[in-house]
Design a binder for this molecule. Structure first.
Ligand SMILES: C[S@@+](CC[C@H](N)C(=O)[O-])C[C@H]1O[C@@H](n2cnc3c(N)ncnc32)[C@H](O)[C@@H]1O
Length: 267
């Protein structure tokens, strides 16, 4: 499986190869307005795409990966070397600086050296995860390879820091929108929230305009069913996709499955 360049909570990395199988044969332009760590973008590798997210420093980081991959890799090397030579204070200094100026270089460093690589913000948008004391953080040469690889993948993508409705304003018939919004039952787990009723009106609007969408939604976790039932007139197909390490084949064989996510398609 490919390596992530931005480690993002709720990443679709482990499902991306299965989700790809549901894509229509032909897509004019690919849209992903809740881009997060961009796993589907990488898996699909489109030549013409528009991606967005409400989290501004995240989009700034995507633009650096796209436009300045060498400088970004060097900025990581500088910060990482400072951490190895000066110790934990270096991490907290860089975190303080990020919380003042929100620079994408600092965000990349924090994401690669914080506890479990979890990018976490408080309600003010301040990064609040601590240093992972027992790990040095990915080596600069290894991260550089990953950054350069992703940079090639995203040259045909425009990144927009905006609400999902704005990122997809230019979508037309023949385009595909992949939607992976924050789950409605776990409000607050992600940066930004969205209103469910506004979201349903948005899906209705896509249907009226004949724009294809694929929507990932929470499904079933062990005994618990978190499926959010979309109104039936908004979609044509509803599938369950295994998340984590369970394989699609196992679901088909009806073997025990712990986590399933919903996928809705409007064609
Ligand atoms: C489930 S995550 C997406 C994860 C992504 N598919 C991946 O593979 O990493 C949801 C994303 O929606 C973003 N978000 C939340 N509210 C939003 C809004 N109103 N408009 C656009 N993005 C929003 C969050 O910042 C977060 O990155």
């Amino acid at each position: 499986m490919f390596k992530p360049v931005i480690k993002w909570s709720g990443s679709k990395r482990s499902q991306s190869s299965i989700l790809k199988e549901f894509l229509p044969d032909k897509i004019n332009r690919y849209y992903e307005p809740f881009i997060g760590g961009g796993s589907m973008l990488y898996a699909i590798n489109p030549t013409n795409a528009v991606c967005g997210d409400i989290c501004v420093p995240l989009i700034d980081l995507w633009n650096e990966i796209k436009n300045n991959p060498y400088a970004l890799s060097e900025s990581y090397r500088l910060r990482w070397t400072k951490l190895q030579t000066e110790g934990y204070q270096a991490y907290y200094e860089i975190r303080d600086v990020f919380n003042k100026n929100r620079s994408p270089e600092d965000l990349l460093f924090l994401s690669r050296t914080c506890v479990n690589g979890l990018i976490r913000f408080n309600a003010n948008g301040d990064f609040n995860n601590s240093l992972h004391h027992t790990r040095p953080g990915i080596a600069p040469d290894s991260l550089k390879k990953i950054i350069l690889d992703w940079s090639k993948h995203i040259q045909g993508t425009e990144f927009i820091a905006a609400d999902y409705t704005i990122t997809t304003e230019t979508a037309k018939e023949g385009d595909l929108i992949y939607l992976d919004p924050p789950y409605f039952h776990t409000k607050g787990r992600y940066y930004g929230t969205i209103d469910y009723d506004v979201f349903l009106t948005y899906l209705e609007h896509l249907n009226r305009k004949g724009i294809k969408y694929m929507l990932s939604f929470d499904g079933i976790r062990g005994e618990h069913n978190f499926t959010v039932e979309l109104p039936k007139d908004l979609y044509k197909r509803h599938e369950f996709i295994p998340s984590g390490n369970s394989s699609f084949k196992k679901v088909m064989d009806k073997e025990s499955i712990h986590v399933l996510e919903s996928l809705y398609l409007n064609w």
